[in-house]
Design a protein around this ligand. Sequence first.
Ligand code: ADP
Ligand code: MG
Length: 700
Amino acid sequence: TAGVLLHNRCRIMVQARLDGDIRFLKGVGEKRSEAFKRLGAATPRELLGLYPRAYEDRTTVKKISELALGEVSLVAATVTAPVSTSYVRSGLTLSRVVVSDGTGLARLVFFNQPYLNRAIKVGVRYLFWGKVNRTGATPELHPTDFTPLAEGEEPTGAILPIYPLSSGLTRKAVAAAVASSLELLEREGVTDPLPDGLVLEQRLARYSFAIENIHRPLSFENLDLARRRLIFDELFYMSLGLIMLKGRREGKAGRVFPKISLSEFEQRLGFSFTAAQRRAAEDCAADLCSGSIMNRLVQGDVGSGKTAVAAFAAVQCVLSGAQAAIMAPTEILARQHAVKLAPIFESYGIKTVLLTGKMPARAKREALAAVADGSAGLVVGTHAVISNSAEFASLGLVVCDEQHRFGVRQRAALSAKGRDTHMLVLSATPIPRTLSLIMFGDLDLSVIDERPPGRKPIKTYAVDESYRSRIEEFVKKQAAEGHQSYIVCPMIDENDEEEHRSVTAYARSLAEGAYRELRVGILHGRLRPEQKEAVTTAFASGELDLLVSTTVVEVGVDNPNATLMVIESAERFGLSQLHQLRGRVGRGDAESFCILVNSGGGSVGAERLRVLCKSEDGFEIARRDLELRGPGDFFGSRQSGLPGLKLASLASDMELLSSATAAAKKLLCEDRELTLEKHRGIKEKIAEIFDTETKGNTFN
Ligand code: ADP
Ligand code: MG
């Protein structure tokens, strides 16, 4: 009996559970479980949260006589002759099979399947799935998949999900694991996280139905219902979380910092604010002395002068004895801010310190000490440093520059630290109203829709490769006139070793080739901070004629002497990102230019790039960008920074967004803090979406 007991206990231990380790799932095991974990599915429940990225329509079985060239089709046919395999060359075998379905004969061609004759038998009927490569008397199909049909079995089509794959996982393995996870879901039971009333009122599908059908839709109608339900959920949780975040912060008392004189600030700055800057500055000043916490987003196009507005707010805060922190997305930008702001703050008797992750240990220790003992009034640094390691003596205001890298999660994390600090967010990405509603639903908005006087338009041209030599001449001409140029190369994945090598190699080839008479610097994300600084400083001080760079210049380097921006393979960038990059030039008095090189975008790409030639209005460009690319790509290759949105498209699901927001408000009227038992599922979902970095502090 002991043996039986032991045996039983072992079985209990390895029983798969929805929230257990995925390796206990039927057919997964140790090795595959690693691959699943790489995909982000450590448990069966998480696997069910990985939705297919597309579906193959295998619902209709085509007759051989109806096959159309180029279409991927499903055919049910009987094999009429044995497989014949030929070795074309090493590494390539072709197997041919002739099949018939009563309407005609078709030839099937398989590549590199030498053992096909064991799998495919004469006289047996199969479902074949493949692309039609030739039509005519005997059409040719290149099957990628086939399954035998039993005697007399009617072929039923299906909608096949396509999952993101990681190496070590086949499609079949994922599908099987999903199927077992769905079984578990049914066995353990799912409670719908939304209350019945809401589901009925919004005419939503049930949660279990939605999960089942997003993975294994029986029909496209079911798939639509499932998608609608899951998209509603995403938008609902997102709205709910943002409204709660806003409510909590609004409810908090903020320290009161009396107003200071704007004209005196302007004098120290050396220029007068534009009307739009003044409005934004007054909004901030009013927030800071209102007694409630400031939650403000200042949105303004590149070069609209957001930094000065933030600096004004920071002075107001520090003069009352608190500290202000300005967070920049990159080391370069942090340094630049510190250098520019220090003298202005100095004139008020305020000490500025720089704090970045990669600064030398001793300098960092000193900076941290000045932050901690309060002797540093203004702290300028990178996001990570300020939000993690620094202990402030008396932090009164946090400014986050370049919002889209400082997403809602980070905002939630910051406010979860329990510091009732005022928060000011600066964004150069002009986000269309609808999108900003959900991205910044927790913030009040000031818009700077005006540029400092005297800016000349940047002449923008979209050209193709045939202009290569003219571009080179133009770059040399700028240098001859004592001006400087940028060449930006696309790099889609900052972490990709190969891209880095190719970007660096390209930069070298330019420096040693077409531009060998020029002084060329190279800037990319992988350089050590001191190398970056050296290059940036050399460029800013005019020691370089040309800076070949990745998009790290997008938010950085302010050099009024730079007059030309060349963007390689511009078709690979989002329009808003191109607009940001273009904003690196045109900062001085001289006429400036931007050349967008369309390398592989064809006429569609060229059309898109023309939007930039015609407009310098960031909002207009953003609107077109959103229209043309959808929000997933809105920020170029980077994610939108919105957690929890997997299916929802902010471009096409706006209608659902407004009902989700309305439903969220209604729910909060009834249960402000989601304390009712029936809202527990919702509360958990929100904690999951907003809280992964704060370990459950914000919404519990
Ligand atoms: P952004 O909004 O892109 O962050 P910045 O704050 O970097 O813009 O300002 C861009 C440049 O314009 C800076 O060199 C800044 O000193 C200058 N600037 C800002 N406001 C004014 C103004 N009202 N008049 C003249 N120059 C200004
Ligand atoms: Mg800026």
